[in-house]
Design a binder for this molecule. Structure first.
Ligand code: ZN
Length: 176
């Protein structure tokens, strides 16, 4: 059982660092402990994904997972809690869309971010097995957001338009 850790918030230098790759040949107790803490911290919070730097660990590990009732996106699907080690993705079409995103490291603020709708995702699971899959829509957006964290990019840096920021309350008031 992992620990619920404090989420690092914007302004913390760890959120702008590039994370180190995990040595897939040596997935050890340390990596399992990080994954357990990420899962526990994610389930305790309100987010749909979490990355290691958000709990202060400079390694390329993310955990995603979305229960239907927590998902507010139209095209959202239920995503089982999944740990991904050294995740990478590439676009499989040029199609993008722009939607509001939130982030546990950016309290209260939502930002409109353009993301690819269709990507090929490659990662290693906890057993060190290589997994490749094509993912779309909300799931693809979530993975792109979490992978950004591993390169030191917080969603605020992805917002391009002047009206691209809001609060959750104002999204309900003005956007829906
Ligand atoms: Zn985030």
């Amino acid at each position: 059982m992992g620990k619920v850790l404090k989420i690092r918030e914007v302004g913390d230098p760890i959120l702008t660092k590039i994370c180190d790759k995990v040595d897939i040949k040596n997935i050890d107790e340390n990596v399992f402990d990080i994954i357990d803490d990420l899962k526990t911290t994610l389930e305790f919070g309100t987010g749909l994904g979490i990355s290691a730097p958000q709990i202060g660990v400079n390694k390329r590990i993310i955990v995603v997972g979305a229960k239907k009732e927590n998902v507010k996106y139209n095209d959202a699907e239920e995503i089982p809690i999944t740990a991904m080690i050294n995740p990478v993705w590439e676009k499989i079409s040029d199609e993008t869309d722009i939607q509001f995103e939130g982030c546990m490291s950016v309290p209260s603020i939502r930002g409109k971010v353009e993301r690819y709708k269709n990507i090929k995702l490659t990662y290693y699971n906890e057993k060190g097995e290589k997994i490749e899959k094509e993912i779309h829509g909300f799931f693809a957006r979530l993975v792109q957001h979490e992978c950004d964290h591993l390169d030191g990019i917080v969603l605020l840096a992805r917002v391009k338009q002047q009206d691209g920021f809001s609060t959750a309350e104002n999204i309900r008031k003005f956007e829906l």
